[in-house]
Design a protein. Structure first.
Length: 227
């Protein structure tokens, strides 16, 4: 088992409370990760995780990144918690500098993309009419466009859950990220870094999903350094 720093969402802006859904803990135990939960009110979260000897970072789902952080006015972002944004940016500074594995889930993909110089569509439903429903209880298919990932999972198409209203297309993708899963409407659903141990999915492997077995193979391979 390996100890990874795990970020948390913020509930109730008037009386902020950090929280993590139990499904994340169950998933992380399955893939050999002990979660070290990182509060969003720490002055120096990087010192906290170093003192406790973390060796990786998990960026979990939750509310939206403050648009001001990537130079946009608010066009439909919600659940904003600037203290969480700051915590995750500082943890990424540390994790990437030390070469730690970094896994992003849903919001985590968006945070990684923004941190590495990309942008974001703040609200897919209101952006234009070409996007499929992405905040839905109905699963949708993603095409595996990366040869290594397709070979690992033994398929070119994966049926995943989908619970997000923001997204990244090729126009918003950070220069250093490679897409490995793409929806038919162009929304990028999985990314990895060609030189760093960084991987993120836009879907939620911790929730019920048709892709559960493939998700575990993907995450275990990533944590073994095979992707």
């Amino acid at each position: 088992m390996r100890l990874f720093a795990v970020t948390m969402d913020v509930r109730d802006a008037r009386r902020p409370a950090d929280y993590l859904r139990q499904a994340y803990v169950r998933l992380l135990q399955e893939i050999g990760v002990i979660p070290l939960l990182v509060p969003n009110a720490l002055d120096a979260p990087q010192d906290y995780v170093m003192a406790l000897r973390a060796e990786g970072l998990i960026l979990t789902g939750g509310g939206d990144v403050a648009p001001a952080r990537y130079g946009q006015p608010n066009r439909g972002s919600r659940g904003i918690a600037p203290e969480r944004d700051e915590t995750e940016w500082r943890l990424l500074d540390l994790a990437l500098a030390r070469g730690w594995p970094v896994l992003g889930i849903c919001r985590g993909l968006q945070v990684l993309n923004l941190y590495l110089g990309g942008s974001l569509i703040q609200d897919l439903p209101s952006h234009d009419g070409r996007f499929l429903p992405h905040d839905s209880d109905d699963p949708h298919a993603v095409d595996l466009v990366d040869e290594a990932v397709a070979a690992l999972l033994g398929t070119r198409t994966l049926l995943t859950n989908t619970y997000h209203h923001q997204g990244v297309t090729a126009a918003e993708l950070a220069p250093d990220l490679i897409p490995f899963a793409v929806c038919s409407d162009g929304v990028i659903e999985g990314v990895r870094h060609p030189a760093l141990p960084v991987l993120a999915v836009q879907w939620h492997p911790e929730r019920p999903t048709p892709s559960a077995q493939a998700d575990r193979r993907l995450l275990n391979a990533f944590l073994r350094g095979e992707l």
